[in-house]
Design a protein around this ligand. Structure first.
Ligand SMILES: *[C@@H]1O[C@H](CO)[C@@H](O)[C@H](O)[C@H]1NC(C)=O
Ligand SMILES: *[C@@H]1O[C@H](CO)[C@@H](O)[C@H](O)[C@H]1NC(C)=O
Ligand SMILES: *[C@@H]1O[C@H](CO)[C@@H](O)[C@H](O)[C@H]1NC(C)=O
Length: 531
């Protein structure tokens, strides 16, 4: 008895002393991509890491100064914020983002390639980032590199300079192209490409398109994107590293990925232990609303309220004027109050029941018990908040993964989708009526919400746990798929299939030859008999 106790204590002691290794770690976080929504995930992660006692140096596109993270947080701000929408508008002749609804998946991949290269270069040129690249002292300066899984691969070279393991974050959750980085196969038959409008239930033609887009992306990355990103990496890291590893190899050395997704919002698909879903990290317990909004929503009463936002990139104020008046006409005729994130507060002639503000604490608004419908562009962060607080959604997807998110929500039975360019007064009115008065939507999303929240640990703690795990073990080679070290033809079993085909052909050939030989000797026999 005593023995077991002492033994147990010893074990526990060993366990804890090992845990202590990851305390007060020094982390370099490179989140240079200037996307406001991406920042929501990273902001939450930085705060959680600092509060867990780690020292974080962050290269960032947006300042975290007002978070007041204290002495253990150092910020390297990229100035000015790179305006990538300028590149988009120039390259795709779009005056405002609503026109992006007409871009194809190809255009999008092309667009991201341009944005990725430009924003990466912009960040690498910054004097303070240069100082980190050319640092004299690199031994023991950092314990871990945190980077973003979004067209920013050059930064992975920091892991070579400081000889540290890498954890990446993906704000888009799972992507097909991660299969190659993590050494697994994602069948295109039921794993939809991130920028296609498909769900995991595809008909034949959809599967054809999905395979085509996925293959196209793989080849585009390999043949067009990687050479360019390799060139950027060489230019900036070459002088220090000499031999700069190829991006394609560096991304196969990533220890772990934190993915902004979680069941039931992600569909079942092949994965490895090193891909950890932490969706919803940016959602905190609701805070008090600004007084005017609180009063507006409180006063909505039993009829309820509708919250409308197209996110941080697409601006409602850029809507074509006829569309704007359509929305206002429909809203004006409703019993519900409407809270609209609208960037031009001086817009005139608002119906009595509509309030516009250029900034809104979205999650806190969705948490209000009177909010009955969320009109959204379908960004992943917003849809997660909608699911978390169980508010049925009217999706108006514009680009990127928004179509996928909304389609998934429609299939899940908690959203209705409208195509922006073809919205009519009738369709808008009808959709809102369904979402407000048909209880199936609310019941379904309530069920989704319960599942989404049901986890052993909240997503921020989960993320910090896995980051510390990688630090404790100096990387996670034990979780790395051996598939990463195979040739592509070995990986896809083409050598085995080839071998089987050869055996089969050899077998058929042997039988055929044997029959021919038999026939010949039979004929010969008959000939000699007849003579
Ligand atoms: C900063 O980090 C050090 C080392 O981990 C720790 O001892 C100290 O308490 C931290 N300071 C704050 C304000 O958290
Ligand atoms: C594909 O790969 C890039 C580079 O790692 C990544 O940033 C992106 O999110 C991935 N997904 C898609 C759909 O392009
Ligand atoms: C309520 O919504 C469900 C799901 O879209 C639909 O099948 C049903 O017909 C709707 N009920 C009414 C009364 O419109």
């Amino acid at each position: 008895m005593q023995f077991t106790l002492i033994f147990g204590l010893l074990l526990a002691g060993g366990f804890y002393s090992q845990l202590e290794l990851a305390e007060g770690a020094k982390i370099l976080a490179v989140y240079a991509y200037p996307g406001k929504s991406h920042f929501m995930m990273h902001n939450a992660l930085m705060r959680e890491l600092v509060e867990s006692g780690h020292q974080v140096t962050m290269i960032t596109a947006f300042s975290l100064e007002k978070e007041q993270l204290g002495e253990n947080f150092t910020e390297i701000l990229i100035e000015p914020v790179y305006d990538y929408w300028n590149d988009v508008k120039q390259n795709f002749k779009a005056d405002h983002l609503f026109e992006l609804t007409r871009l194809t998946s190809h255009d999008f991949l092309k667009m991201l390639e341009i944005i990725g290269l430009k924003t990466t270069e912009h960040a690498l040129k910054q004097p303070k980032v240069q100082a980190l690249i050319h640092a004299q002292e690199t031994e023991g300066v950092f314990d871990l590199l945190l980077a973003e899984q979004f067209y920013q691969e050059a930064f992975l070279a920091f892991a070579k300079i400081y000889k540290i393991p890498v954890v990446t974050t993906s704000t888009l959750s799972y992507e097909n192209n991660m299969s190659q980085m993590m050494g697994l196969i994602s069948p295109w038959s039921f794993v939809p490409h991130g920028f296609s409008p498909f769900t995991d239930r595809m008909n034949f033609l959809e599967r054809v398109t999905n395979s085509y887009v996925s293959l196209y992306e793989d080849l585009q990355r390999l043949l067009s994107y990687f050479p360019k990103m390799d060139a950027v990496t060489r230019e900036f890291f070459g002088p220090v590293l000499g031999e700069v590893p190829k991006v394609r190899h560096m991304e196969r050395q990533i220890s772990l990925m934190l993915l902004n997704g979680h069941a039931p919002m992600t569909t079942a698909r092949p994965t490895v232990d090193a891909m950890v879903p932490v969706g919803g990290m940016h959602i905190y317990p609701p805070k008090a609303l600004p007084q005017d909004m609180q009063a507006f929503l409180d006063g909505a009463g039993e009829a309820g309220a509708i919250y409308f936002s197209l996110g941080s990139n697409v601006q409602s104020k850029d809507m074509p004027p006829e569309m704007l008046s359509l929305f206002l006409r429909v809203f004006g005729s409703l019993q519900q109050r409407v809270l609209w994130k609208f960037e031009d507060e001086s817009i005139g002639q608002l119906p009595e029941n509509v309030m516009v503000r250029k900034w809104m604490p979205q999650a806190d608004i969705l948490a209000h018990r009177h909010v009955k419908v969320f009109i959204t562009h379908g960004g992943l962060f917003g849809t997660q908040e909608g699911v978390h607080y169980a508010v049925p959604m009217l999706g108006i997807p514009i680009y990127c993964d928004q179509h996928l998110n909304i389609n998934q929500a429609v299939l899940g039975g908690y959203a209705i989708s409208l195509h922006f360019q073809s919205i009519t007064e009738e369709s808008l009115r009808h959709s809102l009526h369904q979402l407000l008065h048909n209880s199936t939507y609310k019941e379904t999303i309530q069920r989704m919400s319960n599942i989404f929240r049901d986890r052993p640990q909240d997503p921020r703690r989960t993320a910090v746990y896995w980051i510390e795990y990688v630090i404790r073990h100096g990387g996670a080679p034990h979780m790395r798929s051996a598939g990463l070290d195979l040739n592509w033809f070995q990986f896809y079993l083409l050598d085995v299939i080839g071998f089987a085909v050869v055996i089969l052909i050899a077998g058929i050939l042997t039988i055929w030859l044997a029959i021919r030989l038999l026939m010949r000797s039979y004929k010969k026999l008959r000939k000699t008999k007849n003579e």
